[in-house]
Design a protein. Structure first.
Length: 364
C-alpha cells in the first residue's frame, strides 16, 4: 500500500509498505480521507515531539519511522476477532485516541485521561495511507448520521470542540467569548451557538471572523495585537483557544465575575493573575483531547446539524503525494486557504470536497 512515512524533521516520504492486518479487537480501514492539523505540521518541521520513532513504544510497541494521520475516516475492509457492531463496507470514523478501559480514569468514564492513553497516527501508524488498523473501541459508524466521507473527516477535531463544550457547559442565553477561531476555535464557536448561547468571537484574521459569523457568532472582536484583552468583561464563559499568553490574559479580562474560563489552547508554562480569579470567583477549567465513545457521536451530530454542509471549512481535498507542499507547509506558514486540510490517499490530483448532508442522505 502507499503511505506517507515520517522519518524525521522535514523527511516525510511517500512509500510502498506492507498492508497492516486487523488484530483482535481491531478493524482494518480503507482510508477515504485523513485530516492533517497544526500538530502534524509542527512534527514535520521540528519533531519528533509526539510522533514515536524510537525504540518500541511501551504500550503500542511501535518503533522506527511512523505513518502519521489521526483524523481519519474510511470503509471497513476487514474485522478482527472479538469485534462486534461493525460490518465490512461500513463507513466509520476513528477518534484515534485509545484507552485501556481498566484504569481509574477509564472506569470513571474519563477515557481521555487514561493512564495508558495513546493515539493512532502519533504513537502507532495512522491514516495517511491506503489502509490502517485501528482498535474498534476508537471508531464509530457514520451511517446513522447521514454524512459524506468528507464531512465525517471533520469529526475528530469537532469531537475536541464537543468535549470542550461539555467542560464549559454553556447555557441558553449566556454570553460566550471564543478567543481564537481557527479549526478547533471555529468548531467551538459552532457548537456553543447550537447550545443557545450568544457567542462573541475574538480573532485577528478577517477570513476567520467571517467564518465565525457563519458558524453562529453574533459579534466579532478585532484584537490590536495577536490577542488583545477586551476593554471590559463581556462573557459568562470564555474559551481560550489561541494558546498564547496574551490570549489567556484576554480571557481573564473578558470573563465576568463568577464566570468560567475553559483553556482549550495548548500553552507553554506561563504566569497568570490568580488574584483576579480569587476575588471574582472565576472557575478555570482544563480540557484535553476527547472521549471516543461519547464526544465522537456528539461531533457527528453537530456536523449533521448544518444543512449547508462544510465546504467553507474545506473546499478541496488533496492527494497523498502533495501532503507536504499543499498540506503541511501551508499549515506551518499560515498560508492555508482552508480551515481544515483533508488528504485522500485514493486520488492522484486534488478534487472538490463533497460536504452536503442532503447528498449523504440521498446516497445512503
Amino acid at each position: 500500500m502507499r503511505a506517507a512515512v515520517y522519518h524525521g524533521p522535514l523527511d516525510l516520504r511517500i512509500e510502498d509498505r506492507p498492508a497492516p492486518t486487523a488484530e483482535p479487537g481491531e478493524i482494518l480501514i480503507r482510508v477515504s480521507v485523513c485530516g492533517v492539523c497544526g500538530t502534524d505540521a509542527a512534527e514535520f518541521r521540528t519533531g519528533p515531539h509526539l510522533y514515536w520513532t524510537g525504540d518500541a513504544h511501551p504500550v503500542t510497541g511501535h518503533s522506527g519511522p511512523l505513518v502519521p494521520g489521526h483524523e481519519l475516516v474510511g470503509r471497513v475492509e476487514a474485522i478482527g476477532r472479538d469485534v462486534r457492531g461493525f460490518r465490512e463496507g461500513d463507513l466509520v470514523v476513528s477518534g484515534a485516541g485509545v484507552s485501556c478501559g481498566r484504569c481509574r480514569a477509564c472506569v470513571a468514564g474519563r477515557t481521555n485521561l487514561c493512564e495508558r492513553y495513546w493515539t493512532v497516527g502519533l504513537q502507532r501508524d495512522g491514516g495517511l495511507a491506503e489502509l490502517v488498523a485501528v482498535p474498534a473501541s476508537a471508531c464509530v459508524d457514520v451511517g446513522p448520521f447521514g454524512l459524506t466521507e468528507d464531512a465525517a473527516g471533520l469529526a475528530q477535531p469537532m469531537a475536541i470542540a464537543a468535549h470542550a463544550i461539555e467542560r464549559g457547559d454553556p447555557q441558553p442565553g449566556e454570553d460566550v467569548l471564543v478567543i481564537g477561531t481557527g479549526g478547533i476555535g471555529g468548531f467551538i464557536t459552532f457548537a456553543a451557538s447550537r447550545s443557545g448561547a450568544q457567542v462573541i468571537a475574538s480573532e485577528a484574521d478577517a477570513g476567520r471572523r467571517r467564518t465565525a459569523i457563519r458558524f453562529g457568532a453574533v459579534e466579532t472582536l478585532v484584537p490590536a495585537g495577536p490577542e488583545e484583552a477586551p476593554a471590559r468583561a463581556v462573557a459568562d464563559l470564555v474559551f481560550e483557544v489561541s494558546g498564547t499568553p496574551a490570549g489567556l490574559a484576554a480571557a481573564i479580562a473578558g470573563v465576568r465575575r463568577g464566570g468560567r474560563i475553559v483553556v482549550a489552547g495548548m500553552h507553554e508554562p506561563t504566569a497568570i493573575d490568580l488574584r483576579a480569579l480569587n476575588v471574582d470567583e472565576v472557575t478555570l477549567i482544563g480540557t484535553v483531547a476527547h472521549r471516543c465513545a461519547t464526544d465522537l457521536p456528539s461531533a457527528l451530530r453537530l456536523l449533521a446539524d448544518r444543512a449547508e454542509g462544510w465546504t467553507d471549512v474545506a473546499a478541496t481535498v488533496i492527494p497523498l503525494a502533495r501532503v507536504v507542499e499543499d498540506g503541511l507547509d501551508p499549515l506551518w506558514n499560515r498560508t492555508s486557504t482552508q480551515i481544515k486540510t483533508l488528504i485522500d490517499p485514493r486520488i492522484a490530483t486534488a478534487r472538490p470536497t463533497v460536504m452536503s448532508h442532503a447528498a449523504a442522505v440521498a446516497t445512503g
